[in-house]
Design a protein around this ligand. Sequence first.
Ligand code: PRX
Length: 660
Amino acid sequence: MTGSNQTAIPSTLYPVSASFAATAHISSREAYDALCAEAQQDHAAYWARLAREFLTWQKPFTQSLDESQAPFYKWFEDGHINASYNCLDRHVQAGLGDKVAIIFEADDGKVTRITYSELLARVSRLANALKAQGVKKGDRVVLYLPMSVEGVVAMQACARIGATHSVVFGGFSAQSLRDRIEDAGAVLLITADEQLRGGKALPLKAIADDALALGGCDSIRKVIVFKRTGGAVNMVAGRDVWLHDVTAAQSEQCAPEWVSAEHPLFLLYTSGSTGKPKGVQHSTGGYLLHAAVTTKWTFDLKPDDVFWCTADIGWVTGHTYVAYGPLALGGTQIVFEGVPTYPDAARFWRMIEAHKVSIFYTAPTAIRALIKAAESHAEVHPRNFDLSSLRLLGTVGEPINPAAWEWYFKEIGGGRCPIVDTFWQTETGGHMITPLPGAHGLTPGSCTLPFPGIDAAVVDETGKEVPWGQGGLLVVRKPWPSMIRTIWGDPDRFQKSYYPPDFGGKYYLAGDGAIRDAETGYFTITGRIDDVLNVSGHRMGTMEIESALVSHPLVAEAAVVGRPDDLTGEAICAFVVLKRTRPTGEEAKKLAIELRNHVGHEIGPIAKPKDIRFGDNLPKTRSGKIMRRLLRVIAKGESVTQDTSTLENPAILDQLSESN
Ligand code: PRX
């Protein structure tokens, strides 16, 4: 479990770029060390200083950290703040109204620019419309929207009136959307007629209709529909209204609702190792603080930068580094509707050239796919494009293999741009372990050192720090402002999942293994230590996929494991026992397709298993426990050399090793 058999990444160190450091916000290792020392000396005072410097408070807080109900920590609680005011009004008031906030590029290439004044006006109109529809402070609003300006506007509009948004990624199924609406008890849903990606339309409104028809969504009173494509939709009288209709007559002024810093800004559902996806609850003040500080220090964001984070708003990266971080700093950013491979695999490079992007942040999976494309089709190779505007690159979501890192560094960054490999999670709200590009030399495959004020450590199962060079569990020993506050509606699960009694209930357990380099102390994440998979940077719980499989009438039992995949990082491999005899040959192939589609229908296409194997049974101990470690070996195509003496039915291993 500790990952101690992992070896550290060899330290091919790329020194800090002197020219980058010369103008960086955090410009040396000494500057980084000084910040860490300040936090070390007085953790709460350090974060309080930053909270005063980075955010505008309507009523200043008097206490930084409240630990009285640990691990339900509170930050800046008696301070009053509004996230939308901090992202919009204060920049307009400071004379930045005409500055471009968002450069939106549609799937078909059409470009729209939105200034801070325009964004504020649109957010205010929608905020007024939400109020007119009866949405109040503390109500939950679910957003099921494409990557769009409207998506960002909707998030900001909720924040403006103190409603808690919960964005559901457009790739999730009706069932998944329904579950999230029900769990959140949302009063209103904002969706679009269709989502357009890679030239293909996905009928979001029709899926939303299906979700609501599944039942359990009685809390929903209204559905607001953004007309994106003009595709046919069925508007339910009395329930469904068009976004353009409800905003048309609304004023462009909407006074922000001042809320406690602890007021829930959003819920975002993510997968755990057991049970249904959990609603990670984030605060307003602490979350926004970390979004702003990390955007400034990790990305070294400056007023003239053109920042581009390619993540969808359906994921936490699209929250912190699209909807909040860059706007909190008054930055200019790209919002892109489409996919990296349409109309061809040079889309990213063409866009970087066209918009003179200076900071580019994407996922290793995208890089790996684009390497493959560039190597087989010369015309989409990045060398054909002028990428000289770039000064910093970033990655997130999964480990980046050193070969992909090197390619990104040389072919995209021209050997000139540092790469920030940012480790964090939905629960952490923002970067936890990441290089600060003016302060840290880089090692491909390592996320280097904790962000100043983040007390990350690698420990053994008793909570004792392990020596550098030895693998262990990644924990965070002190609370931090943007940390998860609770799991919506399930505080026990929050406490058990993240603050288990193993470490006296005092350490945040990330759920990842890690190892620190013996010389530099740099962290490398060795992967999840629980039953959570990471497929193309998307987090999936094995149990969710298993539940989806067993909901098919033919399936008796299913076990899901991950196996390494060159392109997607991990791939989903499912072992299935049917209620009837084990299928083989063509029948097995047909059934595998059917089950794959069934999972797609239940959860969403991202959860479809790549590999489905059928057996008469699963490998189990005498007490009936499925031996997943053996399934992991089989999934990799390796033969089992481990001890199988506790296995009740060893013959099953050969059967499951045969692919269909
Ligand atoms: O396993 C780690 C991996 O992604 C998990 C968090 O997933 P999610 O909550 O969906 O958030 C993804 C975007 C922040 C982590 O537990 N992970 C994330 N970033 C990295 C990473 N693994 C290695 N290196 C990273 N930079």
